[in-house]
Design a protein around this ligand. Structure first.
Ligand code: NAD
Length: 512
């Protein structure tokens, strides 16, 4: 009787080896299936400590919310409750702003810049030390694969603190012959797709430039920001310099409208960004908006095709497509379209969708039921618009919020799936013949956050990057981030830059 290798229990490909151990003439026959898989390699949850309940971190202390309200935060891969977190109301926000103002006037703006640097450096080191725990919590709370939180989110967050710690006492070199001054109290509001990294993007430059902070994470992914509050407490940062308030949209609104906040840094949807812009119109508050995107990835016929296909896959399926700069539109030159689409479909089949804590997983859970419904609605819209859908044949886990990686061909430029941000693992593929045509099409959305160009010719790279209306253009790569590089958008993708030297500017006033 044939002996079958034990199939793995999880979704994905199983290395099914069908073996006939002994035959009549005593020869060993091995037959290999074309389908195979990896053995499960789950990261352990026990390395992460999550409290049952979290209060608000105000003035260096954990304080009960005046709202007396808590909300659950769940694991989107299992739908199990992880913890409950306080919801800050207007009175809580006011308490945090008062603490931040006191800390600014009495401590933070007075201490020497090199001392500020030491605190930020200490936070960076502690993020590194707690990297494993932070990665596990990020994955549990947000649904992203552990490989991403471990290899991208947490190290990049630590790097941002290191980078801006370096600038704190060198602002006179960053802006030669100018006098720099901090703005005061800054309100910072973050989305759910890169919770810890967004906190680092915002808090590190604000502290380096001498401001104090009231930070609000997203309601679906508050846990790593609250862990960061624990780190800040342990790092002995003076009370009130950083205040972390979990909450909902009205918490963010109360921060935006508070009269004693000098600057708002917002990352999130274009819709909420516009509301914030209206709310602060006529005030002296400074504002930076990092909003949505609909990035075009452009493959020319002379591109290294396999490399480009891998870049496109990484560009849209990385973090379930929950990326503002996701390459959600692919423009492929007509002569190579057939080959590229075939290779993309093949690659889609090999992506492992499932348990985000498993180190083999490529695509984890969608962040929330609501976001999953939005994505599924867009998939229906794509079909109704007449585009041709192709989905991976993988099995999805029975519990949790999961979506098959999906691509659409025969997409028209005017289709909603080619114009609107889906924020999920859905790729719209269009074709082009000439450079002028692809520039026209790629720039034809309300957004302008990022883009990618794949070609063998350096001159073409420079020509295209000049003409693409996008804040970041990657050439022969995609989704690469570094604390030294500025990031931000044009048009409805927002304004202002985060990262690099440019990321210091929104937190300073320059004189002289
Ligand atoms: P969202 O706009 O719904 O929420 C973002 C944050 O704003 C949350 O903390 C939310 O509680 C808060 N908020 C909601 N209503 C508010 C109000 N009226 N006033 C003040 N704050 C309010 O966005 P999301 O769904 O959490 O995140 C996804 C969006 O973020 C996508 O559009 C994505 O493109 C964008 N994003 C942009 C960047 C970038 O750098 N450009 C980065 C990450 C995400």
């Amino acid at each position: 009787m044939p002996v079958k290798a034990k199939p793995a229990s999880r979704a994905g490909k199983v290395a099914k080896k069908t073996m006939t151990p002994a035959t009549k003439n005593n020869t060993l026959k091995l037959k290999f299936d074309t389908s195979w898989t990896y053995a499960p390699a789950p990261e352990s949850k026990s390395a992460a400590i999550i409290n049952k309940q979290y209060d608000l971190f105000i003035d260096g202390k954990w304080q009960k919310p005046l709202s007396k309200t808590f909300i659950d935060t769940i694991n989107p891969a299992t739908e199990e409750k992880l913890s409950e977190v306080a919801v800050a109301n207007e009175a809580d926000v006011n308490k945090a702003v008062v603490a931040a103002r006191n800390a600014y006037e009495k401590v933070w703006k007075k201490i020497p810049a090199k001392e500020r640097a030491k605190y930020i450096f200490r936070i960076a080191r502690m993020v590194q030390e707690k990297a494993r725990e932070l990665s596990i919590i990020e994955t549990l709370d947000g649904g992203k694969p552990i490989r991403e939180s471990r290899d991208f989110d947490v190290p990049t967050a630590a790097n941002h603190f290191f980078y801006y710690a370096g600038w704190a006492d060198k602002l006179e070199y960053a802006f030669p012959n100018r006098k720099t001054a901090p703005l005061g109290v800054v309100g910072q509001i973050a989305p759910w797709n890169f919770p810890l990294l967004m906190a680092a993007w915002k808090i590190a430059p604000a502290l380096a430039t001498g401001n104090t902070v009231v930070f609000k994470p997203s309601k679906t992914t508050p846990l790593t920001a609250l862990k960061l509050a624990e780190i800040i407490e342990e790092a002995d940062l003076p009370p009130g310099v950083v205040n972390i308030l979990s909450g909902v949209g009205s918490t963010g609104d109360a921060i935006v409208r508070h009269p004693d906040v000098n600057k708002i840094a917002f990352t999130g949807s274009t819709e909420v960004g516009k509301m914030i812009q209206r709310a602060i119109a006529g005030t002296e508050k400074k504002l930076t908006l990092e909003l949505g995107g609909k990035a075009a990835n452009i493959i020319f016929e002379d591109a290294p095709i396999d490399q480009a296909v891998e870049g496109v896959i990484n560009g849209i399926f990385f973090n379930q497509g929950h990326v503002c700069c996701a390459g959600s539109r692919l423009y492929v030159q007509e002569s190579i379209a057939k080959t590229v689409i075939r290779k993309l479909k093949d690659r889609l089949e090999s992506l492992i969708v499932g348990d985000p804590l498993d180190k083999n997983t490529d695509i984890g859970a969608i962040n929330s039921r609501q976001q999953l419904e939005t994505i599924l609605e867009y998939i229906e819209i794509g079909k109704k618009e007449g585009a041709e859908m192709y989905q991976s044949s993988c099995n999805l886990p029975k519990k949790g919020f999961f979506c098959k990686p999906t691509l659409f061909t025969n997409v028209a430029q005017s289709n909603r799936i080619a114009q609107e941000e889906i924020f999920g693992p859905v790729l719209a593929i269009l074709t082009f013949r000439t450079d002028d045509e692809v520039i026209e099409k790629a720039n034809n959305t309300p957004y302008g956050l990022s883009a990618g160009v794949w070609t063998d010719k350096g001159s073409k790279v420079f020509n295209m990057t000049k003409r693409l209306r996008a804040g970041v253009v990657w050439a022969n790569t995609f989704n690469k981030f570094d604390p030294t590089s500025p990031f931000g958008g044009y048009k409805e993708s927002g304004f202002g830059r985060e990262g690099g030297l440019h990321g210091l500017l929104p937190y300073l006033s320059l004189k002289g």
